[in-house]
Design a protein around this ligand. Structure first.
Ligand code: SF4
Ligand code: SF4
Ligand code: SF4
Length: 245
């Protein structure tokens, strides 16, 4: 039987999600029994450029080269997965206040620096994406489920449930009781509520849960005394996921 072809690509990113894929370890070796991975810059020298049965794209398209590469991958791939919050939402780069971009660039690189980067947007701003693996970084169980389901020709989309539900399942004390502005109520679960389970607030890296009441969260933050930090708190990831608002 001819092996499937999978390409793993990165645009502008920290490579954390690809490292998570490497952490699949033995399962990755199992995958190698049925699929070839001819392109994966992090792990090997590329041996060919498509076509692919499946392409996983990590990172935010932030340059003309990134956008060109994303379009080329799309043309050559039957199915495309956005890997992690950078590809899904725009991620950490999209949290930047665009009005301040020039100021930051000058402060970091000096007055003569000419940037060729563009504003950070999700991958869907440039190409059609078939599936998403959420998170910053991705959750390994979700990654495994999505990849296996797609390879078995099944739709990997599960029911939408919030981080709060997973948090309650773990009997964590709610951070709201400590006046912590946790984004769990409006955030898609799947990460096993890893942040609140470790005493940290959820910043919403999985994107918005279906029917998220973003307006109510904004009002709550203001009531809690965070009126000057709403943009900062929700801008990290929540405000990037405009598709579900
Ligand atoms: S989603 Fe997070 S971990 Fe993944 S590449 Fe982007 S910044 Fe890194
Ligand atoms: S700590 Fe956060 S995720 Fe957990 S129940 Fe409270 S609001 Fe929801
Ligand atoms: S708890 Fe929130 S910020 Fe933490 S991994 Fe889950 S979705 Fe992301």
């Amino acid at each position: 039987m001819e092996k499937l072809k999978i390409g793993i690509f990165d645009l502008t990113d920290c490579e954390g999600c690809e490292l998570q894929i490497l952490n699949l370890k033995g399962k990755l070796l199992k995958l190698a029994e049925i699929a070839d991975i001819p392109v994966w810059r992090l792990a090997k020298t590329p041996t060919e450029f498509g076509p692919y049965d499946l392409a996983l794209i990590e990172g935010t398209p932030m340059s003309k080269d990134d956008i060109k590469l994303a379009k080329k991958i799309r043309e050559k791939s039957k199915k495309v997965i956005a890997l992690g919050a950078c590809a899904h939402l725009g991620g950490i780069p999209a949290a930047l206040d665009e009005k301040k971009r020039d100021k930051f660039l000058r402060e970091i690189y000096g007055w003569n620096y000419k940037s060729s980067s563009v504003a950070a947007k999700p991958l869907t701003a440039y190409i059609h994406v078939d599936y998403f693996i959420h998170g910053c970084p991705i959750d390994l169980d979700e990654a495994e489920k999505v990849i296996v389901d797609i390879l078995m020709d099944k739709n990997p989309a599960g029911p939408s449930k919030s981080v709060c539900l997973e948090c309650k399942e773990r009997e964590n004390p709610c951070l709201f009781l400590k006046n912590e502005p946790c984004q769990g109520p409006i955030t898609e679960g799947g990460c096993k509520a890893v942040c609140p389970s470790n005493g940290l607030r959820c910043w919403g890296c999985q994107g918005l849960v279906k029917d998220a009441n973003v307006g109510a969260m904004e009002k709550n933050l203001k009531k809690m005394g965070y009126e000057n930090q709403v943009e900062n708190i929700m801008g990290a990831f929540t405000k990037q996921d405009e598709s579900k608002e």
